[in-house]
Design a protein around this ligand. Structure first.
Ligand code: IMP
Ligand code: MG
Length: 179
């Protein structure tokens, strides 16, 4: 594991190791699994950022759950644009289903707030949000995540699915912007 790395104009330092993340993903999956009947459960993966978290998380879940994807964007560089773009549609039946949204990180909370409102139109039985990371000091949304891995300070992070200008997503560990 590299202690420090440079991507474009920014330097990042190690924040959470692959082992620490894996342990928390395991704990989160146990928590979520205990709360739902997997037969009626739809996991909705928020692309792009959540792909790595979702991949590890879902390997620990029952094979009879539904899995679907939605692509949303709101970030440019190291900050939120304040606008949420839906780049794909919901393409799974959510009627009377328990929906668990899988997110990499909840920062301002704008994305999950907009997504939850959109999902409500599809008549699900329940909507819950499971986010690996949460930045409470940055949060100004209406919907708080129901399942949270790590609460982290209001600093830009990179790796484990999360990017800086589309780079660094494939890092196994999580890095933090060095200032
Ligand atoms: P929010 O709408 O501000 O809560 O953030 C939405 C999305 O922006 C997250 O799902 C991430 O994909 C991305 N994002 C937020 N904070 C960070 C960060 O620190 N690093 C990388 N991506 C982030
Ligand atoms: Mg995301």
């Amino acid at each position: 594991m590299q202690q420090e790395l440079k991507i474009k104009d920014k330097t990042f330092e190690i924040y959470l190791s692959e082992e620490e993340i894996k342990k928390e993903v395991f704990r989160l999956s146990e928590e979520v699994r205990a709360d739902f009947d997997s037969d009626n459960l739809v996991f909705l993966i928020v692309l792009n950022g959540a792909f790595m978290f979702a991949s590890d998380f879902l390997k620990l879940c029952e094979p009879n759950c539904f899995i679907s994807f939605i692509k949303i964007s709101s970030y440019q560089g190291t900050s939120s644009t304040g606008k949420v773009n839906f780049e794909s549609e919901i393409n799974v039946d959510l009627n009377n289903k328990d929906v668990v949204i899988l997110e990499d990180i909840v920062d301002t909370g704008l994305s999950i707030t907009e997504l939850s409102k959109k999902l409500a139109d599809y008549n699900p039985k329940s909507i819950n949000i499971c986010s690996l990371l949460f930045k409470p000091d940055s949060f100004k949304g209406e919907v708080i995540p129901d399942y949270i891995g790590f609460k982290i300070p209001n600093k830009f992070v990179l790796g484990y699915g999360m990017d800086y200008l589309q780079k660094g997503r494939n890092l196994k560990d999580l890095y933090q912007l060095k200032e």
